[in-house]
Design a protein around this ligand. Structure first.
Ligand SMILES: [Cu+2]
Length: 171
């Protein structure tokens, strides 16, 4: 009986010790995580113009899956095709689409638009797009960040968007 009591006291002690440790840990993490993130955020938000570099390669990959900008900013986006394959077999572009665009539907339309490099003309879902590039080529576009929210970007070359897509976050 006595032994049990000591044992449960010990258990309680170790539990509160664990709680204390985890509380402290959370507080420490918060302080450490908040300070630098806040500083970077403030700096990035103050800029009128934000430069984004996105690379696409011969393995049908972008090097970014998330792009963060701020409302009202002028976005200067450069897409580089860092591979060597030609546009006809491994073409890449960047297409930014309106919130809530049905990606499968868009891709269906885009794949029919071969004459215009897979950009369906007059499609109101397109906010901005680069040219279609082959290996070694680059294109830079400038556009206004749309209103706050999460948007999709993708490569509209047939079959690429299952791998080549990401989120464009306007904060
Ligand atoms: Cu592509």
């Amino acid at each position: 009986m006595k032994y049990f009591k000591i044992k449960s006291t010990l258990l309680l002690l170790s539990m509160s010790a664990t709680l204390l440790v985890s509380c402290n840990k959370t507080e420490t993490n918060d302080v450490v995580a908040d300070a630098p993130v806040e500083a970077v955020t403030d700096d990035a938000a103050k800029q009128d113009t934000i430069n984004i570099t996105l690379n696409g390669n011969d393995k049908m990959q972008y090097d970014l899956s998330q792009i963060d900008v701020y409302e009202g900013q002028t976005v200067v986006l450069t897409l580089n095709h860092v591979g060597t394959m030609p546009k006809a077999s491994m073409g890449h572009n960047f297409v930014l689409l309106n919130k809530g665009t049905d990606l499968d539907k868009f891709e269906e339309e885009a794949s029919k638009a071969r004459e215009t490099d897979y950009i369906p003309q007059g499609d109101s879902d397109i906010i901005a797009n680069t040219k279609l590039l082959g290996g070694g080529e680059s294109d830079t576009i400038t556009f206004q960040a749309p209103e706050k929210g999460t948007y999709d970007f993708l490569c509209s070359f047939p079959g690429h968007y299952s791998m080549m897509k990401g989120k464009f976050n306007v904060k």
